[in-house]
Write a protein that binds this ligand. Structure first.
Ligand SMILES: C[S@@+](CC[C@H](N)C(=O)[O-])C[C@H]1O[C@@H](n2cnc3c(N)ncnc32)[C@H](O)[C@@H]1O
Length: 447
């Protein structure tokens, strides 16, 4: 069997599992890991999710009845075949042949006739495809689920169309230069010498955009920690935290450690940085990232809200709560969110975010600052969460973010996904009333 058929079968298996609710692209794609066609499998899986609602409509128009739940892999093959026909530069006959052959690899040779019939019809359906993208129902035309279209339109009546359009694009590859080891200028020169075109970010001083994405091993000094891959929006965090020497800092939801590392790179004279994450596997990636960058943090695998289980009682001067969220600001990087996320999940996340805020507040020193961030675009997880928290917490004061980026909201600041720039991201700064540093002074004078 050809490697072409194998990559179609791999994509179909992954998409079948995704459609069955058995994982995300992030959890399912590594199965293809080192295989030579991993890049093609990734392209097809990401592409199918990006265009899912239009591909679905076109395929359903060709099927007399839906496929059975146990044949979701065949559904995955139909989607993979349709994506190749409409969105990839693969000749239609090759796309159809390789996809039909893949049915045998899935041990479902009975499906060859079905696949052949549907995909051949689709290869003559370019006008219908264009028509759907221009005038189809909203989810088909805008390539997002209806509930999310409704939510974004209602939250951002002046921006919703641009937000949805940006969510359908491919994200740029963005780097954070480790300014403990090199300067942005020197690193730009090193990239240029390596034949990699790049330009500076618009808001974050450490940020570089690559003109074209590529493997990290091609980046000069990547293994030695000269740079990391991180979106520009995330790189605004250390500045907003107002880091200074001798602070005790908590990063409450830290894995895989992008912001932990950036805080340490930005302010190397912190007294300590404690990085907490609930997920042991993800927490290991903090360790790996810090090792590569030669940085150090106190790592704890724990539910950050269960402060009794991990906190030694010494207050922090700075807390970053990069909360678990719907990730609706990073759909272009994780297009499977369009298929996986539900309104019920958003409800659940909002409850969790509130709980984390309230429990972590006790760990903040009077005068200290908590930065709440999400990569969500939904007000329920952002402004509404902060408004509710401020209402219930007498010693919490919202601090406006003065900046030349994003949209100033009643509480916090919102960045929308920018086709050539940052992801969608939300930030709110909350200050705890009381004398700054009083705990710190008392604590040290007692010792
Ligand atoms: C948005 S990601 C954090 C990204 C990270 N700050 C970075 O910049 O690399 C959210 C993280 O929160 C973790 N998480 C979710 N619930 C948590 C909880 N109750 N306590 C601690 N970590 C939690 C997840 O495992 C996930 O790694």
């Amino acid at each position: 069997m050809s490697s072409g058929a194998r990559s179609r079968a791999d994509s179909a298996r992954i998409l079948g599992q995704l459609l069955a609710g058995k994982g995300s692209l992030t959890s399912l794609l590594p199965q293809t890991g080192e295989q030579p066609d991993a890049a093609l499998v990734q392209e097809m899986c990401f592409g199918v999710c990006r265009y899912y609602f239009a591909l679905r409509q076109l395929i359903d128009e060709q099927l007399s009845k839906p496929l059975r739940a146990k044949d979701r892999d065949i559904d995955g093959l139909l989607l993979t075949g349709a994506y190749q026909i409409f969105c990839m530069r693969i000749p239609d006959h090759a796309a159809v042949n390789e996809t039909v052959q893949a049915a045998s690899l899935l041990k479902k040779p009975w499906a060859r006739g079905l696949l052949n019939g549907v995909l051949r019809k689709l290869s003559a359906a370019e006008p219908r495809w264009q028509q759907l993208l221009e005038t189809g129902p909203e989810p088909v035309r805008l390539l997002h689920p209806q509930w999310l279209i409704d939510r974004i339109r209602s939250d951002w009546p002046d921006h919703w169309q641009d937000i949805l359009a940006a969510g359908n694009l491919r994200a740029p590859m963005t780097l954070r230069v480790n300014r403990l080891k090199t300067s942005v200028e020197d690193y730009l020169a090193a990239l240029s010498t390596a034949g990699i075109a790049a330009h500076r970010g618009r808001f974050a001083a450490s940020c570089l955009y690559l003109e074209a994405p590529g493997p990290v091993d091609r980046l000069p000094g990547f293994r030695a920690g000269l740079c990391s891959v991180q979106d520009e929006a995330s790189q605004l965090v250390p500045g907003l935290l107002e880091l200074a020497p001798a602070q005790r800092v908590l990063d409450a939801c830290a894995a895989p450690g992008g912001k932990t590392a950036h805080c340490l790179e930005s302010e190397p004279s912190l007294t300590s940085l404690t990085a907490v994450d609930i997920d042991a596997r993800r927490a290991r990636s903090i360790e790996e990232n810090l090792r590569r960058l030669e940085l150090h943090a106190e790592l704890k695998v724990a539910d950050a809200a269960d402060t009794d289980s991990w906190w030694d009682g010494q207050p922090f001067q700075r807390i970053l709560l990069d909360a678990p969220c719907s990730a609706t600001g990073v759909i272009r990087r994780h297009p499977d969110i369009k298929l996986l996320r539900t309104p019920a999940e958003v409800e659940h996340l909002a409850v969790r975010q509130q709980e984390l805020l309230q429990r972590l507040w006790a760990c903040l020193e009077p005068g200290g600052l908590l930065l709440y961030t999400t990569c969500s675009l939904l007000k329920q997880e952002n402004q509404a969460t902060i408004a509710r928290f401020l209402e219930r917490t007498a010693d919490a004061k919202h601090q406006a973010i003065e900046a030349d980026w994003g949209l100033e909201c009643e509480f916090g600041r919102q960045l929308f996904p920018d086709p050539e720039g940052s992801d969608g991201f939300y930030y709110a700064v909350i200050r705890k009333s009381g004398a700054a540093g009083r705990f710190h002074e008392n604590y040290h004078s007692r010792r």
